[in-house]
Design a protein. Structure first.
Length: 533
């Protein structure tokens, strides 16, 4: 009976992939990705406006920006494996609906607390959407050559979303209030829900035994606690503070317990033996390091462009376009580069190129240097997208098709975890390098210097209150301190990228193309037909 059941499950998988036009499915999945990618970046250019209107504290501001990737990373494994059980399309469509409702709540938020809750709900919706898109993509593109091309298109759309977010946000901020940046999600959701229901195939994974609810909750709580601890450090909390130590310790303990539980269970929630494959584990590590560098730098770059150079939100979005266009080009050329150079050289070269771009950007100063910025952003975008493409393709191809949901959840967890840790870690480095530059400014009282040390935006507010010579001196000192902090942060990021290049040496040298999809013979009798249904 088990053999017949396996054959029946194979028939269902085959029907899910072949019964729909896979390229049309790719378009729908790319729209799903666009929905999440736009929301992940649209807030970046709105941070100064949010700060001015809602007056959040330093920790609240970090929560507003970081709660989305934090919650999303925490719940990816839960919803990725749940999709394997109840249907990936079903989870995807529920994610669309929640995303739309949460976007409306965020747009109408009148205080920092409501905005944080809305962003958390957006993270829940994102956790429903992201693993489903990747697992469905793995399902409908069984051939590795076609899948590499599909992932290239998919990643290029991610770059488009990253660009459209700041640009659209800047345009909306020029004409409307900051809450309008969230309203763009609602039309996308209204289109995606009926189109996804009509065109996407339903698919489920081959999972025997009950779904491990306890394990899913342990993973979610463990990831939440671990990243929360890092976030507290990013907000300026001391290492020995109970508010920092407790989440870190509890999170690490829950994750260790989760791993031990999965190893003991006959039917684990996530097959951790995938990490025993060097290509899979290395790809996951590369995704974390690449996202850690990218998201933290994007947030700091938006503040540099607006607060140091004095550009408008729309001009800031336009300045970030070269990075996005370069990333789009790398995504579309990724399949060809992967076949020619192989995963190892492709990912390693991407990390090295990105590190070079980051070091090049350390030449930026308090005055505008457009040519240097464009050059650095182009190299940065092409290098990072090359890295992410090679890592994602290797990770998905290394995982067996029947474990697509778990592999997609792990990949997206590493993506979101890297983004969340990146904002916290690079934000911590930035604050540590920025704050000391504001001590001892002539004519500025110690309380004013302390308040100005929280962020460059607060420093400008304090300077405006002081006025006169002291206010001007504080403003100049804060700007110079921010530029110094930017340089230090860039150098730390370059070191992490070189670490990623060394890690990538464990990837396969050549791209191992799989055989085409295996034809499953039709059922030979009525009994087998009933089983397959």
């Amino acid at each position: 009976m088990s053999g017949t059941t396996t054959a029946a499950a194979a028939l269902r998988r085959r029907a899910a992939g072949a019964g729909a036009n896979r390229w049309v499915v790719l378009v729908v999945l790319c729209v799903s990705l666009l929905l999440v990618a736009v929301d992940a970046t649209v807030l970046h250019v709105a941070v100064p406006a949010v700060t001015e209107d809602l007056r959040p504290g330093g920790i609240e501001l970090l929560w507003i920006v970081d709660v989305y990737p934090l919650v999303c990373a925490s719940l990816l494994i839960l919803f990725g494996t749940l999709g394997d059980r109840v249907g990936r399309r079903r989870i995807l469509l529920l994610g669309y609906a929640l995303f739309g409702v949460a976007s409306g709540l965020a747009a109408l938020a009148d205080n920092a607390q409501v905005l944080i809750v809305a962003r958390a709900l957006l993270g829940v919706g994102g956790a429903m959407i992201m693993p489903a898109t990747l697992s469905i993509l793995r399902q409908v593109f069984p051939d590795r050559r076609e899948r590499a091309l599909a992932i290239g298109v998919w990643s290029a759309v991610a770059a488009v979303g990253a660009a459209v977010g700041p640009l659209l946000g800047g345009f909306l901020l020029e004409h409307f209030w900051w809450g309008s940046v969230f309203l763009v999600n609602i039309p996308l959701m209204l289109v995606s829900l009926p189109v996804g229901r009509l065109l996407l195939p339903e698919s489920k994974g081959e999972r025997d035994g009950p779904w491990d609810v306890v394990g899913a909750l342990m993973a979610a709580a463990g990831l939440f606690g671990a990243v929360l601890g890092v976030k507290r450090l990013g907000g300026g909390e001391s290492v020995g503070s109970p508010a920092t130590v407790l989440p870190l310790v509890v999170g690490a303990a829950l994750l260790i317990a989760f791993v031990r539980r999965q190893r003991r269970r006959t039917h684990p929630l996530v097959d951790l033996t995938m990490f025993a494959r060097p290509a899979f584990s290395t790809s996951v590590g590369c995704i974390v390091l690449a996202m850690l560098a990218l998201v933290g730098l994007e947030l700091i770059a938006a503040q540099y462009l607006q607060l140091v150079l004095g550009l408008s939100p729309l001009e800031t979005g336009l300045r970030l376009l070269p990075l996005t266009f370069a990333a789009m080009a790398a995504g579309l050329a990724g399949a060809r580069m992967l076949r020619r150079f192989g995963p190892r050289r492709m990912v390693c070269a991407g990390f090295c190129l990105t590190a070079f771009a980051v070091v090049l950007l350390t030449a930026l100063g308090p005055t505008d240097d457009c040519a240097l910025m464009v050059s650095g952003f182009v190299l940065l975008g092409f290098g990072l997208e090359t890295t992410l493409f090679g890592a994602y393709e290797s990770m998905l191809s290394e995982a067996p098709p029947e474990q697509a949901g778990g592999a997609a959840a792990i990949g997206e967890t590493s993506y979101q975890l890297g983004a969340g840790i990146g904002i916290a870690l690079l934000g911590t480095v930035m604050n540590a390098a920025y704050a000391p530059g504001l001590s001892g400014v002539p004519g500025v009282p110690a309380p004013a210097s302390s308040a100005a040390g929280h962020s460059l935006g607060e420093a400008y507010e304090v300077a405006a209150q002081l006025g006169g010579v002291a206010g001007t001196a504080l403003r100049h000192a804060a700007r110079d301190a921010f530029v110094h902090g930017l340089h230090v942060t860039l150098l730390v990021s370059a070191g992490l990228l070189l670490l990623g290049a060394a890690m990538a040496l464990r990837l396969p040298r050549v791209m191992q193309c799989e055989a085409g999809p295996v034809e499953v013979p039709a059922p030979r009798d009525a009994a087998e037909s009933r089983v397959s249904v």
